[in-house]
Design a protein around this ligand. Structure first.
Ligand SMILES: Nc1ncnc2c1ncn2[C@@H]1O[C@H](COP(=O)(O)OP(=O)(O)O)[C@@H](O)[C@H]1O
Ligand SMILES: [Mg+2]
Length: 224
């Protein structure tokens, strides 16, 4: 569908553990227009992370259709999926997932090592991404030398640096104090409004969801 970056039709997901089927998502239908800033809310265990991982191509649906950035993700091989993910997906985690032995610069550069960019081009992209998140002056700092909010901004720069089609964030403010959380939400809002980034953010914090343009609720595996 033109104008949409995500089309989800009759999506169903179950996990299998010890021969037991654990249904997690039931008949999800969701179309996300390009340029959207969508917050997915719902209680713990409602399937938010599962849904985000499916959109990211980190996991595969049990049944149903899932098209993201023009690709029917379920049909790709593992190798194609990894390449597709590198081109189209920027992922932001609750606990930042920075590599502790790498500086902010090196953490942000990591996704670019998979591209054909030259060292000089990589440096330009990394500096731009770190400037956008307001941390150009912290380039040579290690994660332990940064506050939680700064670590998350480095993680956002890492998600942005490849200029992905879509930014996915799983509880990006879940580990932050209120003030740092607000700074992160302001940043995500700006990435959406100024840089036209499509964002899907999972959160259970109503305050965080206020920055989004649209809020959808997930309850026991169903979108309401
Ligand atoms: N890899 C897995 N194997 C089995 N069950 C899982 C797995 N991942 C998640 N689940 C189950 O799926 C349900 C939804 O989990 P999740 O998507 O993480 O919810 P949320 O992010 O909304 O808290 C939970 O009941 C959880 O225990
Ligand atoms: Mg979760």
């Amino acid at each position: 569908m033109a104008g949409y970056i995500v089309n989800i039709t009759n999506l169903y997901k179950e996990y299998i553990r010890d021969d037991m089927r654990i249904p997690v998502l039931y008949d999800i239908n969701l179309d996300v227009p390009t340029g959207e800033f969508l917050a997915l809310m719902g209680p713990s265990g409602s399937g938010k992370t599962t849904l985000l991982n499916l959109i990211a191509g980190i996991d595969r649906p049990t049944k149903g259709d899932l098209s993201v950035a023009g690709e029917s993700v379920a049909n790709l091989t593992e190798g194609q999926l990894a390449q597709w993910r590198a081109n189209h997906i920027g992922f932001i985690f609750q606990f930042y997932n920075l590599i502790p032995v790498l500086t902010a610069f090196d953490n942000v550069e990591l996704p670019l090592l998979l591209t054909s960019l030259s060292k000089r081009e990589r440096r330009e992209h990394v500096e731009t991404a770190l400037s956008i998140v307001g941390l150009a002056d912290r380039m040579n700092h290690y994660p332990r030398q940064l506050s939680g909010g700064q670590e998350q901004r480095v993680a956002i720069a890492r998600a942005l640096v490849t200029d992905p089609s879509i930014l996915l964030a799983d509880e990006p403010t879940g580990d932050l104090d209120r003030q740092s959380a607000e700074a992160i939400m302001t940043l995500l809002g700006r990435l959406n409004s100024e840089f036209n980034k499509t964002i899907i953010m999972v959160t259970h914090d109503p305050r965080a969801a206020e920055s989004a343009k649209v809020v959808r609720h997930l309850d026991k595996g169903e979108l309401t």
